[in-house]
Ligand binder design. Sequence first.
Ligand SMILES: [Zn+2]
Length: 345
Amino acid sequence: MDLVEWSAKKMGELDYDIHPLGSPVQIMEEYDYAQLVDMIVAAKKNLPPERPLHLFGAGHPMMLAIAVALGCDLFDSAAYALFAKDDRYMTATRTLKLEDLTELPCRCPVCTGTGLEALAGTPKREREAMLARHNLYVTMEEMMAVKQAIREGTLWEHLEAKCRSHPKLYDAFKRLAAHSSFLEAHDPLVGRRTKGIFLYDRLSLSRPEVLRHKTRIIERYQRPPGRDVALLLPNPPERPFNKSPLSERIMEGLKGAGNVHLCFYGAPFGIVPSELAETYPLSQYESSVDGGTDLVEAIEKFIAVNAYRKAVVLMNGPRIKVKNAIISDTVEEACSEVLSDASTA
Ligand SMILES: [Zn+2]
């Protein structure tokens, strides 16, 4: 990796329009996609960002999305032909031996024009050409799907689905998650995405939008002036949180106390202040992620950096200690905690 970094730095100083990264073919043959991730990141971090990066030997539809997500722009590969020579049939997520097929699970002209038996019975040279064409169709189909995902802003979702098709790809996805701050730094903040985001499990939380919110809520956010008593509620099931029945009950209970700052906590975004609850993507998501173990730490940090005079945390289920906060079981108790302070203030 240090040689990739060094080479990228040196090459970046020269007057080229485009850079290739070679040659990860052996790594890819062994399906060592996690190492491929490190290699691409090592190169990208050290090359001028405006120059396209060409990844040598990347031609299997299963790994194109991850290479694109890491910033590769161009690909070339003989995989479609080499695989065909070996009677290997590509699909979007794996490679099958022709002899192991019982169906042709593809709608390309080769597969629809020939039955499996006819294909298997075709003389070697001709069969190889047919398989090569099928393999190219499958590769191009994936390329188009990736492009569509980029336009829609759903590349991360595409990647998550893709990476669950093979354990080695899942390893690579975990490695990509480890580079999440690098990805976040280069992910456009606004403008591209029109859809809500999908979050599946804790690994999904390393996506740029989530990481960005969690970092900025601690490093950049300031509570509204005068609201020096925090009331933190667990995320209600309804979104936006600030218009949920729980929020309405609380607002009623607070009787207009002007110094109370209502916030929400929970997966996937950690802390969501009520005045930001409708800001994209804090309400525009679908998630099956369970509450994180780092939530208490997030609440404690948030209370500390905003220097609240008092903080009350409403907690469903077992009470967990939170530094410098009062824990309440019920909405009524939480409201009266907050109000007792408001009245003595
Ligand atoms: Zn086909």
